[in-house]
Design a protein around this ligand. Structure first.
Ligand SMILES: Nc1ncnc2c1ncn2[C@@H]1O[C@H](COP(=O)(O)OP(=O)(O)OP(=O)(O)O)[C@@H](O)[C@H]1O
Ligand SMILES: [Mg+2]
Length: 300
């Protein structure tokens, strides 16, 4: 029989025990969110409970519309919950704060500031002197490998580089937790893989807890200690999976039995077999194909 995602090696089990012995940084209790919509009320989130430990890396996956972005916006304090509570270091989250860094999918750098000034921005708004902000920003750029691009402007950078600047900018204010909403979603596959490895390297070196939203199952398994799987309508916790793949992670692990077992479980949760038959077109519907061309020599 093939391996189960619940099977953990001794080393992985011991690592999870050490991780769970750490303090809880973020606690979400009975979190719910309802939106008023023209067709009535939409329950985006319902009864979400979650505890994230210090320096843990948690990924959130789930079908489109299951409330992932809503969850992260509430954690960021950009939106109010309808019910429940969010505690960061035991303190209720009531609005945005410098204890949380954010990185989104869209490139959110200030186009009129160069890379260095983008990273300095948060530091200066927090009262650091120009000199101090510059020195610290340079260190963060060094960490993301972009020291040589300090004086470039965002439009002169590739997508991956822009996201590295966004990560440096989010980390520069030294948040307790980094909230990332599909940060690599717009990158090509190769750049994305490089960014994942790079993010793990950064995470290893600094005291930061990460909550990372993604659609990509491989990305979630590669990055996470635990994966929170949400289901849609309403967005509820379906399962919280402990990833049995040992650290340090490498691309070579993708084919490993632990990796494949986790992926099979995620696929079963996110794309259950009946969903495929529901989505199938009934037999009597004949699709109308549009012809865009008159060439009819049957080459295609
Ligand atoms: N401001 C809003 N007003 C009304 N409904 C909203 C609002 N924001 C989100 N919703 C609804 O809440 C649900 C969850 O949306 P959310 O953006 O959190 O999903 P998501 O999981 O991030 O989706 P995706 O994977 O496509 O990014 C959806 O049904 C969405 O239509
Ligand atoms: Mg979203």
């Amino acid at each position: 029989m093939s391996q189960s995602y619940l099977q953990q090696s001794e080393a992985v089990r011991a690592r999870f025990e050490r991780l769970k012995a750490r303090e809880v940084i973020l606690e979400v209790q009975g979190l719910g969110k309802a939106y008023a919509a023209p067709q009535g009320q939409v329950t985006a989130l319902k009864g979400i409970d979650l505890r994230i430990h210090r320096r843990e890396f948690v990924c959130v996956i789930g079908p489109s519309g299951c409330g992932k972005s809503t969850l992260i916006r509430i954690l960021a304090g950009l939106e109010q919950a309808s019910s429940g509570e969010v505690l960061l270091d035991g303190q209720p989250v009531t609005g945005p704060g410098k204890d949380r860094g954010m990185v989104f999918q869209g490139y959110t750098l200030f186009p009129w500031l160069n890379v260095l000034r983008n990273v300095m921005f948060g530091l200066e708004t927090q009262g650091a002197s120009r000199h101090e902000a510059q020195a610290q920003a340079r260190q963060w750029l060094d960490l993301v490998g972009l020291s040589a691009f300090a004086h470039h402007f965002p439009h002169q950078l590739s997508g991956g580089m822009k996201q590295r600047v966004a990560i440096a900018r989010a980390l520069a204010i030294q948040p307790r937790i980094l909230l990332m909403d599909e940060p690599f979603g717009a990158l090509d596959a190769q750049t994305r893989a490089r960014m994942q490895a790079h993010l793990l390297e950064i995470w290893k070196n600094i005291d930061i807890t990460v909550l990372f939203i993604t659609h990509d199952l491989d990305e979630a398994i590669f990055l996470a200690d635990r994966i929170l799987v949400l289901k849609a309508h309403p967005g509820e916790v379906q399962e919280l999976i402990e990833v049995p793949v040992p650290r340090p992670r490498s691309a070579a692990q993708v084919g490993s039995p632990e990796f494949q077992a986790t992926k099979a479980r995620l696929e079963a949760l996110i794309h259950p077999p009946q969903a495929a038959s529901d989505a199938a077109a009934p037999d009597d519907v004949v699709p109308h194909l549009i012809r865009f061309t008159h060439v009819s020599d049957n080459v295609e």
